[in-house]
Design a protein around this ligand. Structure first.
Ligand code: HEM
Length: 443
């Protein structure tokens, strides 16, 4: 009875409300099972804008991508960083940044510029440099710990206390310990980004060494948590499509040839930023892989009661503390925008030899059509670096190796355990054969 009395009621001007019968949880279980299917079902019933009660919060989903700009440009009333500062610190194990450390949040955001513009070239090229020093010792052990932590990541983001998650706290401490200032001081070949972050963390006397380590650990997670599954998907889709594989390999060989460097398996290979930029088919394959595998939610928290203007005719009332959510997977899978959206088409994002950027819905050109990296204030600062790294990885694999999927396996599909948080993992392992390619071999 108490629950029924306390249940939220839709007010005039508010979007349709989807609330379940389970107190607190609302529709969290349905959403967690298959977010995309759940949202499509609600869209059929209520249209493109509706509010869902999920685990104690009210999220207003805006599913029409033509309306995305109205949310992305709405900076004053809709905030991302407050939400990030509630969720990230307990997940990675550092104290909230905005409350206790004046200026730190702004310093951290500024440091992200070291992954872009003029800095991107150095960072990208350093990825292909030979290993120096003893920094990569114990990587296998670290990878296992990372995976253990990563499996718990959705629960930590959902704010389940780490004490309830078995050995997760101990695993996280081991990972954080690798980034204690004493240990990092003996590293060589450290990027400007990491050096700058170490320095700025040093300026805050009340941060303990483990807090600093936890900040570095968060960057480790951000830099590989999505990039590794993205590499997997693009390679997997290419292996399933021999024509695509051949075309992309041909492009990589051609780019090398044009810059005067024949490929030879005996020589170390370095690909410059300019060479990577000219690989449009590879870039399109990556965009297509990201389109098919990403399921992030773009979250903004309303700072006050206000009326959110969606377009010339429509506005919705939003309450303070409510969340406005974009779920780009529904756009990525929209047949009106992407013909035959379930298939991998390696050249979908190429037109006349250039990167294609015009996509339409209901005859109108979309400002946002591919959003694996988020949007506006919460857009991934590592996005250019990430695409370059994936290009480097795939170029190396395609140049050095011949790969085939082992016959008789079922196709793997997306595991929705991480829906809302980035690139989804595959729901099973994939077995493949590989052998070294000869220098003279045709694509
Ligand atoms: C944030 C996606 C690779 C660093 C984000 C966000 C997304 C995203 C969706 C926004 C999160 C949100 O809205 O809550 C991806 C994908 C990647 C990738 C799909 C690879 C395919 C990288 C790499 C780095 C990186 C290589 C390099 C260190 C970050 C950081 C943030 C972030 C630091 C937080 C920014 C902030 O708090 O303002 N990423 N990312 N990401 N990403 Fe990436």
């Amino acid at each position: 009875l108490c629950f029924i009395c306390l249940r939220r009621k839709r007010r005039p001007g508010e979007p349709p409300l989807v609330s379940g019968w389970i107190p607190f949880l609302g529709r969290a279980l349905d959403f967690g099972r298959d977010a995309q299917a759940f949202l499509q079902e609600q869209r059929r019933r209520h249209g493109d804008v509706f509010t869902v009660h999920l685990a104690g919060k009210y999220l207003t989903f805006i599913l029409d991508p033509l309306l995305y700009p109205s949310v992305v440009r709405q900076g004053r009333q809709l905030d991302f960083h407050q939400f990030a500062d509630t969720v990230a610190p307990p997940t990675f194990g550092y104290p909230p940044v905005r409350k206790g450390f004046p200026g730190l949040s702004e310093q951290i955001i500024r440091s992200f510029q070291l992954m872009q513009g003029e800095h991107l070239g150095v960072l990208t090229e350093s990825m292909m440099g030979p290993e120096r020093g003893r920094r990569h010792e114990g990587m296998e052990d670290m990878r296992e710990d990372f995976q253990r932590f990563d499996r718990m990541f959705p629960l930590l983001i959902a704010q389940v206390p780490i004490g309830l998650l078995g050995r997760t706290r101990a695993v996280r401490s081991k990972l954080i310990d690798r980034f204690l200032p004493d240990r990092m001081s003996s590293w060589t070949g450290t990027s400007q980004l990491i050096k700058t972050r170490s320095k700025l963390l040093e300026q805050h006397a009340s941060l303990r060494d483990t807090d600093k380590g936890a900040h570095h650990f968060a960057i480790l997670w951000a830099s590989v948590g999505n990039t590794v599954p993205a590499c997997f998907w693009v390679l997997y889709f290419l292996l399933r499509d021999p024509e695509a594989l051949q075309a992309v390999r041909q492009e990589v060989l051609e780019v090398l040839r044009q810059s005067g460097g024949e490929f030879s398996p005996e020589k170390d290979l370095a690909l410059s930023r300019e060479q990577l930029d000219s690989m449009v088919l590879l870039e399109s394959s990556i965009s297509e892989g990201l389109r098919l595998s990403s399921a992030s939610t773009n979250i903004r928290v309303s700072q006050e009661d206000f009326s959110l203007r969606l377009d010339a005719e429509h506005s919705v009332s939003v309450r303070k503390g409510d969340v406005i959510a974009l779920y780009p997977q529904s756009m990525h899978m929209d047949p009106d925008i992407y013909q035959d959206p379930q298939s991998f088409r390696y050249d979908r994002f190429v037109q006349d030899g250039r990167v294609k950027t015009d996509f339409y819905k209901s005859g109108q050109k979309l400002k946002f059509f591919l959003m694996p990296f988020g949007s506006g204030t919460s857009m991934c600062p590592g996005r250019y670096f990430a695409v370059n790294e994936i290009k480097q990885f795939l170029s190396l694999v395609l140049l050095y190796l011949d790969l085939d999927l082992q016959p008789g396996q079922n196709r793997v599909s997306l595991d929705y355990g991480r829906a809302g948080l980035g690139i989804l993992l595959p729901n099973a392992d994939v077995r493949f054969h590989y052998r070294l390619r000869a220098a003279s071999q045709s694509p």
